[in-house]
Design a binder for this molecule. Structure first.
Ligand code: ZN
Length: 403
């Protein structure tokens, strides 16, 4: 077992107070900011574990021989960022559609011309595993460059038994290809309804074919569902998520995005890991989430991209909800992997403080994936998942817009 050390970080943010408060009502002192910080970790065959954190001047003698990386007071160290909601595996290009939409062509007209989500579904179905993997590898590298160390990826652009399995197999390959990253694979077969099956046929595919096969082959850690007007109903969500849970998967929900369906309240009642989007969440939904262990995952890059009103972040935070931020990287409504840029939008338009923002992309996002026992803060005994920023202060990560 070899020890390695990072020394003379301009500052090191442990986030220890965020863990103490379970990511709720966090304040400035919870950042655990250490000037001229150091961190020692051990490397074993199974992973990297934090041994010690503190000011460089107080580095214990027993670590004097650890292999050191000297940051010379120029770069800050923070808990590794967690991007807890992405749709990273897909094929097809919708840049033309984006340009048309911005030029005033309506979404309905684009859909009537065969565009929209169907463009992505068609291209993803036609692509080989190798083609999808190649596209995904470049995207994972880009995400890593923004300081992301844990990445959640959903299926959902296959919408058929074969294509959904194909997408999940690509995620499995990524897990092997990037051993330094942690991945969470989420089955989102219930993203939409395919055009080539009736609603009833597809629901029974989900319940009786797809979920059992996905779990038998251990291709997913969780199951997600898009509950909204024109998509899945509350009753369908209960069915699908109950089946997923019965098969051993954690459950999540795309909730209250387009209209209020009280799906966030249902997510809390079902003890989902997270309820995501929440643009139209009601006061009842806010109260339910605040008194539950379900993380409120906000995706302000999507609201920005759609020019939609933002989620009520301050209300959620003041009520005591555990709030996370994520990119929602997807080809239709948020084509970015830049999590720090999402932090900028959250600071400006959600009115989130720096402690709230750090919590939202570390501990709270790890909690949205059920990984907060080992990740999200920098403390002895936890996974040594950290990000060395190219800046001297944490705030610069989102003060510099879209770096
Ligand atoms: Zn999504």
């Amino acid at each position: 077992m070899a020890n390695q050390a990072i020394v003379h970080a301009s500052e090191l943010l442990t986030g220890a107070g965020i863990r103490v408060k379970d990511g709720r009502h966090v304040a400035e002192e919870d950042l655990g900011r250490i000037k001229d910080g150091a961190l020692v970790y051990s490397v074993t065959r199974t992973g990297r574990e934090i041994e010690w954190v503190g000011p460089t001047a107080k580095l214990p003698k027993k670590f004097a021989r650890a292999k050191k990386v000297d940051l010379k007071g120029l770069r800050a160290v923070v808990p590794g960022f967690v991007d807890c909601h992405t749709h990273l595996v897909f094929a097809g290009d919708r840049s033309d559609e984006f340009a048309l939409r911005c030029g005033g062509v309506s979404y309905e007209e684009i859909a009537a011309r065969g565009g929209g989500i169907l463009t992505t579904v068609r291209a993803t179905r036609e692509a080989s595993i190798a083609e999808l993997e190649k596209l995904a590898i470049a995207r994972v590298k880009e995400s890593e460059s923004y300081g992301v160390r844990t990445l959640e990826i959903k299926s959902g652009y296959g919408l058929s038994f074969e294509a959904e399995l194909k997408v999940l197999q690509v995620i499995a390959r990524l897990k092997k290809r990037f051993p330094e990253m942690t991945f969470r694979s989420t089955f989102l077969g219930a993203h939409d309804f395919p055009k080539d099956r009736t609603r009833e046929e597809y629901l029974s595919d989900l319940l009786d074919k797809m979920l059992p096969e996905v779990t038998r082959r251990k291709l997913a850690d969780a199951c997600d569902i898009f509950v909204d007007q024109g998509f899945y109903t509350l009753e369908e969500a209960k069915l699908v998520l109950a089946r997923a849970r019965e098969l051993g998967l954690a459950v999540k929900m795309h909730a209250d995005e387009l209209v209020n369906t009280e799906s966030a309240a249902l997510a809390a009642d079902l003890n989902c890991l997270s309820a995501d989007h929440l643009l139209k969440i009601s006061d009842r939904g806010i109260a339910k989430l605040a008194s539950s262990n379900t993380v409120a995952v906000l995706l302000p890059g999507t609201a920005f991209y759609l020019k939609a009103p933002h989620a009520p972040a301050r209300k959620l935070i003041q009520a005591g909800a555990c709030v996370a931020l994520s990119t929602d990287f997807n080809p239709g409504t948020c084509m970015t992997l830049n999590l720090p840029a999402v932090m900028t939008i959250a600071a400006l338009y959600l009115g989130m403080t720096r402690a709230e923002i750090l919590a939202a992309v570390t501990y709270n996002a790890a909690k949205a994936l059920g990984l907060h026992d080992r990740k999200g803060t920098l403390e002895p005994g936890l996974d040594a998942d950290f990000t060395i920023l190219p800046f001297a202060r944490f705030e610069e990560a989102y003060y510099r817009f879209a770096w």
